[in-house]
Design a protein around this ligand. Structure first.
Ligand code: ADP
Ligand code: MG
Length: 685
């Protein structure tokens, strides 16, 4: 067995389980080993009820005094039991586990472990794990990996598979030159890989993580540099000049471009007709008006006889772009064929679309990244624009290049990254910044409230709806369990229907819905047929419904600030005053402090840096704040120092041995090749 073996080579993993692993991007044993845990469970010594702290995962020892209560609430069965200690109480509840009434025996000692909640003077723990004391003793002080999962794939299955892989796999050789490991104080590779999955102690985990984060950044930067060398001087074979249609579009816009938009548009124009092809990043906070800039570039490509593609991270977004672009183009005197490619199209529709793209009839092509990259052959692709979040990285460009395509590349990003980091991460791109919001915007009004404020919020929502506005309500995402997540959204919607005045159209949206269903709902929301949209964070990125003025986020404490800022960016996009209501289900001081940052500022850049200050670097157990870019373990914000170090080491290598010819760089050379081809393989599957 080696890292390239399929995971079915592991005992107990058949086709069915392999299909589940495939959904989380794991097909080979090597990919399994770099499927790092999302976080770890630390089994700490049980505490007394008096020492329980809100929002923490803790364990308590307790004796059950009597048979637990069982009752039905709607579709649920709820089991409850109360523990008492020196006059202090802890209420334990479990959903849909009626058998506990028989298995929890009065008079016996148990350890209960779960998330502590404190509300209105009551201390509670829901869905706690239950252990016999001797079983808990075995787990004490260990750190158990928690993996990102998908429906049907359990943490146990992943853990077992990883363990087995380590047993059967030959060790990889260390590929980092001794010099770099010494200088950067990096742990050995195999040690790190093992320790990231099964840390024996916290210090090991920190060392392992540092090493793997370094590797990830380092390989990325090296690949980027190689890429840059290849593309930097790519002669511009698609010379693009904006023509009459672009003029017409500009004069038909219902607004004038902001100064920043104009400046960026000028920079892009210069690139498009330049000697070498464009590789440009446009950074601009949510709502700064990036879409129209993309359209200007796409239309210019069309006018010069090329096709332009716009890739969005989700189908909902791609569809929305198609609609707004068609509308903006409808006023032009020429017809531009805009093709939308979506996963939910029938096979026949797709074939027809591919044919129009291949023949060159389709001029502007919109779709998700996957659709556009994988299956399409273009007649004359001159420009690729990618929108939001997923950086159009080294890998994707390698895929296009491998098809013999060298289009201009424009990357749109709302992620606020400090310039010093942006230069490293986007080292191969020129950077433009839209640092000005359209003048007609009113700043969003924010409030952070606790759950008791809900009725007031609902009355407020009714008033906004009565005034013709629309509302988003975000339910928390339940990462561990997609099923619960769906229940959350559905239940919340049902409750809301009873709470809000009759006649308000409420719908819900979640990630597990079929694309066609999602699209339908988004379209009806955009058309104003739905007034209140209850959703998980699937609407986080890019969605543009300017008539929506209220964003209410339930359990705001569970989200990263950057994510909350993105969510907030869904409102305040039109001329009406907009509001953001962050509902916090936690009394903890830290949470309040964190949310207060959002309350004070609407500036994404400021928010990201304050969040970082509060959390401190290397906060392993915090919420992954950015979750952006294509890094598995590294976080460009919290690991900024490692990113710098990796960048410096990469620069040294480039100076010392740019073609990696030295003996000490052979391992690295191989690893880098592996890194780049793995990228291509994944993209073109
Ligand atoms: P983002 O940068 O977040 O992608 P969008 O491009 O979706 O933002 O633009 C947000 C909203 O602002 C859209 O409704 C768009 O029509 C509008 N808009 C864009 N540019 C301007 C401008 N210069 N003046 C007024 N409104 C604008
Ligand atoms: Mg956008």
């Amino acid at each position: 067995m080696n890292t390239a073996s399929p995971i079915t080579a592991l005992k107990g993993i058949g086709e069915k389980t392999a299909a589940l692993f495939h959904r989380v991007g794991v097909d080979t044993v090597g990919e399994l080993l770099s499927y790092y845990p999302r976080t770890y469970d630390v089994y700490e010594r049980p505490v007394s009820i008096g020492a329980l702290e809100a929002d923490k995962i803790q364990a308590v020892t307790g004796v059950i005094r009597r048979i637990p209560d069982g009752r039905r609430v709607g579709r649920y069965h709820i089991t409850t039991v109360s523990l008492e200690e020196n006059g202090l109480h802890l209420q334990l509840s479990w959903f849909n586990m009626p058998f506990l009434r028989n298995s929890l025996l009065p008079g016996c000692i148990y350890i209960f472990r779960g998330r502590v909640q404190k509300k209105k003077g009551r201390t509670t723990m829901d869905q706690s794990e239950i252990y016999a004391p001797e079983d808990y003793e075995k787990l004490l002080d260990t750190m158990q990996p928690i993996y990102g999962l998908t429906g049907g794939l359990s943490n146990k299955t992943v853990t077992k598979a990883v363990r087995q892989a380590f047993e059967q796999l030959d060790l990889d050789t260390e590929y980092l030159p001794e010099r770099i490991r010494n200088e950067q104080q990096l742990a050995e590779y195999n040690f790190s890989l093992r320790a990231i999955h099964f840390p024996v102690k916290r210090e090991d985990l920190l060392l392992a993580r540092k090493r793997l984060v370094f590797d990830e950044f380092f390989l990325f930067i090296l690949a980027l540099r190689q890429m840059k060398e290849q593309t930097e001087d790519t002669v511009n074979e698609c010379v693009i000049h904006p023509g009459a249609s672009v003029e017409q579009l500009l004069s038909s816009l219902p607004y004038e471009l902001t100064g920043a938009q104009k400046r960026v548009w000028n920079e892009i124009q210069a690139d498009l007709k330049g000697e070498t092809i464009m590789n440009r990043l446009v950074q601009g906070d949510v709502g700064s008006g990036k879409t129209v800039i993309a359209l200007l570039a796409l239309l210019s490509a069309v006018e010069s006889g090329y096709q332009g593609a716009l890739m969005a991270p989700t189908e909902v977004l791609a569809r929305q772009h198609a609609e707004s672009i068609r509308e903006l183009l409808s006023g032009l005197s020429v017809d531009v064929c805009v093709e939308l490619l979506t996963g939910s199209m029938t096979a026949k529709e797709k074939r027809e679309a591919y044919a129009r793209i291949e023949s060159g009839e389709a001029r502007i092509i919109l779709g998700t990244h996957a659709l556009i990259q994988e299956k399409v052959s273009f007649a004359r692709l001159g420009l690729v624009v990618t929108d939001e979040q997923h950086r159009f990285g080294v890998r994707q460009r390698e895929t296009l290049a491998s098809k013999g395509l060298h289009p201009h590349v424009l990357v749109m990003s709302a992620t606020p990254i400090p310039r010093t980091l942006a230069i490293i991460i986007y080292g191969d791109l020129d950077i433009s910044v839209i640092d000005e919001l359209p003048a007609n915007r009113l700043p969003i009004k924010n409030c952070v409230v606790d759950e008791s404020y809900r009725p007031k919020a609902y009355r407020f929502i009714e008033r906004e709806v009565a005034a013709g506005r629309q509302v988003y309500i975000i339910c928390p995402m339940v990462e561990e369990n997609p099923e619960i997540e769906i229940e959350n959204v559905v239940d919340y919607t049902e409750k809301l229907q009873k709470e809000l005045a009759p006649g308000i159209a409420i719908e819900y949206l979640h990630g597990k819905m079929k694309a066609a269903e999602k699209n339908d709902i988004m379209e009806r929301f955009a058309a104003g047929e739905i007034q209140v949209l209850v959703s998980t964070t699937v609407i986080e990125v890019g969605v543009n419904v300017p008539n929506a003025t209220v964003m209410m986020v339930e359990n705001a404490e569970r989200f990263g600030l950057a994510q909350l800022h993105q969510l907030r960016g869904r409102v305040g996009r039109g001329k009406h005053q907009s509001y953001c209501i962050f509902v916090s289900g936690s009394d903890s001081k830290d949470t309040k402090k964190r949310l207060e940052i959002l309350n004070k500022s609407n500036d994404g850049f400021y928010i990201a840096s304050e969040d970082l200050k509060l959390r401190g670097p290397g906060d392993l157990f915090g919420i992954r704040q950015s979750g952006i870019l294509e890094f598995k373990i590294g976080d460009i914000f919290t690991d900024a120092l490692i990113l710098q170090a990796a960048s410096e080491e990469a620069a040294k290598i480039e100076k010392l041995d740019p073609e990696l010819k030295l003996e000490e760089h052979q391992g690295l050379k191989e690893k880098l090749l592996e890194y780049r081809t793995a990228g291509i393989a994944r993209m073109s599957l």
